[in-house]
Design a protein around this ligand. Sequence first.
Ligand code: BES
Ligand code: ZN
Ligand code: ZN
Length: 500
Amino acid sequence: MKLEVKKISLDNLKADAVVVPLFKDHKQTPSLFVDLDRAFGKTLQSLVSVVNTEEGKITSTLVQGKHGIIRILFISLGEKEKVDLEKIRKLGGKLVQYFQCNQLKNNIVLSFQYGIQKIMPYEIARAFAEGILLGSYSFDSFKTDEEAKKKKEIQSITLVPEYDKDTAVLEKAFVFAEKVCTNTNWVRELVNTPANVATPAYIGEIAQQVAKKGGFKATILGLNDLKKEKMGCILAVSKGSDLEPKLIVLEYKAKRKSASTIALVGKGVTFDSGGINLKPTGYLETMKDDKAGAIAVLGTIKAAAELQLDINIIAVMPCVENMINGSASRPSDIIKAASGKSVEIGNTDAEGRLVLADALHYVTRYKPDAIIDIATLTGASFVALGPTITCMVGNDESLMKQLSDAGQHTYERVWQLPLYEEFDEHIKSDVADIKNLGLAKGGAGVIAGAVFLKQFIGKHKWIHLDIGGTARAESANEYLSKGPTGVGVRLLIEFLRRQK
Ligand code: BES
Ligand code: ZN
Ligand code: ZN
């Protein structure tokens, strides 16, 4: 799909559809609409007054153009004063799905800048492109009906700027959105890829290709390396599976000498059966998503390299499968983490914190300025904040404020939960230094996970993001289909972009 900003003559249109954005109660029409109306013998203006201008409504009419039938789509952004970036994203998503459903291949959109004063043109164009790009994704690479896929394909969407002077800025916004959202969709695709294909080794190979293409360093630790590193926690999870665990480490370097270093650590459980604490039917089916944290980290470093962000990034992805063969870990086993701490396995289904423990300890050797981990760690995160807000816990208020601001901007919002000292009690073990479980009835489950991880970060500034609730959408919204959301990429890129 070609997504571009271009000044075109509306007199001699060649397109399947032209989109005319309106606001509630027809307060104004785009100045470009006057040109369009003229091209169609002033037949369009009279239609506007009967269009339903409730927010999100699309009204379609067919007109005869010089080169064939064209569909004019009136679409409403609702009340002018209430327009925000999320509404613009939703509009982009809605439109692209309309194009797909109606097999509209080449489409022109008149800019809606004319009605919005309080948001910068760059931000408007970026949000619109995000909606289009995220809204166009569907997971059908495993389906073999090529005809059906072709039908949905869109060739072009061209945004016609209201003012010529905005063209360069709008183009810049489109390029940025394209880099970030193409990678977000890439993440959705890889998270969607089932566990019989997306094994730890498979993800390792993809990471190697990403690093090669992006011109940065990749180190992949296999079973023997993990043993040498004494990573008892990762090994305790992986030994129940026939698949070899991999610890993937990528290092992206900034051009500036003074650039800070951010470490990103992502949970990469390619399938979480629960282990001996086996998950029941109804909970197992989506557990190929349990690698969403690792893949978000991989997509973020990939996008950062494409955008040439001037910041050092260390990405660490512990990839394992949590299964139940004869050598699987048992509840009550006591293991030793790479940091030297002894850990009681209270529940084999709390495997995410175990693999992250060794990965977090590993990354401290780089002495990063901050560590951010991202993981589908708990079902409790869904209970706490539902399917759209990610739970955040950390030890540095200023860092958390920066991440929270980035979340507001991208709408991948995060909300902070507390990390008071009294929570340390929750993971105390009778038989080892700590256990991988919190309170008996799962109270403060997200925080218990975070308190466990805190034991492995040394004295570093750190944020833990629990995406257990937000990594998958159970129902579609205007620009995110049902399934993996790719959460984290837009958030982390926005955060990294704002770093010094
Ligand atoms: N991968 C799951 C968490 C999860 C559940 C993510 C549902 C997304 C949707 C994780 O490994 C897990 O099973 N956590 C347990 C922890 C508990 C045993 C302390 C949970 O949330 O029940
Ligand atoms: Zn689990
Ligand atoms: Zn898990």
